[in-house]
Write a protein that binds this ligand. Structure first.
Ligand SMILES: O=C(O)CCC(=O)C(=O)O
Ligand SMILES: [Mn+2]
Length: 206
């Protein structure tokens, strides 16, 4: 299982083009597509609620709630399929994770806007391990000071079965996104394994 280092200033990026076989890819994709508790979450911007342009699900160890963009996600318990994928990912990147955020991009209209995974509960140097299944989509990265420092943005095709690990100061200095795309675009599932650093906290009373 080979990884490629992608060199960029203030970033640590490793990429495995094929961390699982095409056969496992297809199996996990089908299992996750039908067996995940997909949610249509909303975010509030300027007092108005909008549907996120993708479906999401949050799984992990008990108590590992995760707050982002005004949402608090309470994890569903690990499933055998997710534990099997977690094992592969942990062995490849030699890190351990206690949660995973799943994204389902239903077609080319679904997307993920520019952001960094820099929430306090992920710690100062988070390791984010991003595994892709289904339709290949473009992943873009840009340095926050790219314009003034002349640092070029990066684009990586996230093919099914690939693993991209972002670590070190990547989240501090870079943002990433999945842009919308035209043409015939089948669904894509992305899993980002993360390590949430707080102890079990009470479930919010909502
Ligand atoms: O879908 C992807 O490849 C990226 C997902 C992502 O950045 C996130 O969920 O934070
Ligand atoms: Mn992200």
């Amino acid at each position: 299982m080979h990884s490629i280092n992608i060199y960029a200033p203030d970033a640590e990026l490793s990429f495995w083009p094929e961390v699982i076989t095409p056969k496992d890819c297809e199996f996990y994709y089908q299992q996750l597509l039908s067996g995940t508790r997909w949610r249509q979450d909303k975010i509030t911007l300027f007092g108005k609620a909008f549907d996120l342009p993708r479906l999401q699900a949050w799984y992990g160890d008990k108590g590992m709630t995760y707050s982002y963009s005004g949402l608090t996600l309470v994890p569903e318990p690990w499933t055998p399929v997710l534990l099997a994928i977690k094992e592969v990912v942990e062995q490849a990147c030699r890190s351990s994770f206690n949660t995973v955020l799943l994204n389902l991009y239903r077609d080319g209209n679904d997307s993920n806007g520019w952001h960094s995974d820099d929430e306090a509960e992920l710690g100062e140097h988070p390791v984010i391990a991003s595994m892709s299944l289904g339709q290949e989509r473009l992943f873009r990265l840009k340095h926050k000071e790219g314009k003034s420092r002349g640092i070029s943005p990066l684009s990586i095709n996230l093919s099914p079965g690939s693993l991209l690990v972002m670590s070190g100061s990547t989240q501090r200095y870079w943002q990433h996104c999945i842009p919308k795309t035209s043409g015939t675009v089948l669904p894509r599932i992305n899993l980002t394994f993360r390590n949430v650093m707080h102890g079990p906290s009470p479930v919010p009373a909502l």
